[in-house]
Design a protein around this ligand. Sequence first.
Ligand code: CP
Length: 307
Amino acid sequence: HRHLLGIEQLSAADITAILDLSEDYVALNRRRDKHLDRLRGLTQINLFFEASTRTQASFELAGKRLGADVMNMSVSSSSMRKGETLIDTAVTLNAMHPDLLVVRHGASGAVALLAQKVNCAVLNAGDGRHEHPTQALLDALTIRRHKGRLSRLTVAICGDIANSRVARSNILCLNAMENRVRVIAPPTLLPSGIERFGVEVFTEMEAGLADCDVVMMLRIQNERLEGTALPSRREFFHRYGLTAEKLALARPDAIVMHPGPMNRGVEIDPTVADDIDRSVIQQQVEMGVAVRMAVLDLLARSHGAAA
Ligand code: CP
């Protein structure tokens, strides 16, 4: 592949190959010397038009640990503040000969559009409500490590499905690997036609969590909720917030996931989020660096082969 724009473009074999390579990088990242020269001489630009902690920091560390020259740009410091368009910004950066361009943008499809205008490999770090492929891959690696497999599992994805690129990429990834995927949300946070994605739909946590192997909570996307009729935060927590009582309905060995950043006390009870026997949230972050090293490495290799 030339770019990583979404899970939609990946086969089950592609996903397995990425996760297998990521395992090497998990081991490297736990060493004192975390440095390799795989991307030596290459330039990576991280272009973020939306806020990020995990994704931006882990893409930066991933590139640096592989020896690339990494530059971070965020909208607050770019000339888009002066009215420059996304495409002009992309074409300008392209003229500086980057090899890898990591992009987050608030509009669905913006990263794919940008990929058509540049000569380098483009990695989608989240585009609107569309996809967040490296998040789904790091979630898949976390699940595989805990469950010993990435198939025949029942996974419940809960909360703000309608506005979540994390949900969409995870549904595509988990279905490609032949799992049973459920979504649990109030009707106002379910996109119309979600059944087409091959998921079982629930509007109550109690029914949806029964016998799940994995409980994946989502962040309420406050920045994308304008115009949505929503219950109060308190009422949302009461019905859809993950508490120890609700988690008891899932399998006894079910793991709890959250992509971050968390709204504690809204979609997840802090005691569940911090329960190290059930919550794998910090491990998701660790896997994020390794998965991003793997995709940077693979794209740099295929780009080099094409050049
Ligand atoms: N999960 C995730 O994308 O987090 P950031 O917004 O902090 O990158």
